[in-house]
Unconditional design. Structure first.
Length: 259
């Protein structure tokens, strides 16, 4: 169990947002924190602390007026921590190599694989052929509907019919190196973790899994350790003091080797 840092970029700024509020319409999101630092600053901070395997996420859709600046910020982060960060947001088989060549260790993908609201195995195979299994992370960010967690796509705005289950993880593991899972309903709210999802992911014995969403305290991290059987890596965003929260970044980073 280790800490994986994050850099979320929206409307050309490093931000922490309420995940469920993100909308392509008018490039809207409810902001928890907007930084006056660029993405490269955070990448250098993570590099100094030896925090490998964090993720940079571009939250604007390609074609948005803000996308070029978001991409510029993302490339700045990848250059600042060459080989130390993963990148997600609008990745497909045509542009994945550009991000890898810019310094990303892995590309992170949801929408291209779950295009049109359903699982597209052909797209996944095309992408894996470009990146190789060893440089591909599948983002299975999900929201709860009824008793189950369903993968959501298009910047968390659209439900797919695909449930996050042990069977789903087993099937997809053939094509990727890791999983990243945002609990979208609690993302950015700092109100505690999605316990049911954490327990489900903790019962998976396969590829590395990073959980993100709702962590607000060291007690939440301990709860995640217990429910996740010590197997889940974790991301903390809005609750960190570097993003305007109350949790000491250096203390959280110091837990990266906890198991």
């Amino acid at each position: 169990m280790k800490f994986r840092p994050c850099i979320d970029i929206h409307n050309g700024k490093v931000k922490q947002i309420v995940g469920g509020s993100l909308s392509d319409k008018d490039n809207f999101a409810l902001d928890n924190f907007v930084s006056d630092r660029d993405a490269g600053y955070y990448a250098r901070l993570y590099k100094e602390r030896g925090l490998h395997g964090g993720h940079v996420i571009i939250l604007n859709k390609e074609g948005s007026a803000y996308y070029p600046e978001c991409k510029r910020q993302a490339f700045g982060a990848l250059e600042a921590f060459d080989g130390g960060l993963q990148i997600g947001g609008g990745i497909n088989d045509k542009n994945a190599e550009d991000f890898l060549n810019a310094g990303a260790s892995h590309v992170i993908v949801t929408s291209y694989v779950f295009s049109g609201g359903s699982f597209n195995l052909d797209n996944l195979k095309r992408l894996a052929a470009v990146t190789g299994k060893e440089r591909l992370v599948l983002d299975l960010s999900c929201r709860k509907k009824g008793d189950d967690y369903y993968i959501v796509t298009d910047r968390w705005q659209k439900f797919t019919p695909v449930k996050v289950t042990l069977s789903t993880l087993g099937t997809l593991a053939e094509y990727c190196d890791e999983f990243l899972v945002h609990a979208v309903d609690v993302e950015g709210k700092a109100l505690g973790i999605e316990r049911g999802l954490a327990a489900l992911l903790g019962s998976y014995r396969g590829l590395p899994v990073t959980y993100a969403g709702g962590i607000a305290s060291f007690e939440d991290i301990e709860t995640l350790r217990e429910l996740g059987n010590g197997r889940l890596d974790f991301t903390v965003g809005s609750a960190l003091d570097i993003f305007g929260g109350n949790l000491d970044f250096d203390k959280v980073a110091g837990k990266r080797s906890t198991s």
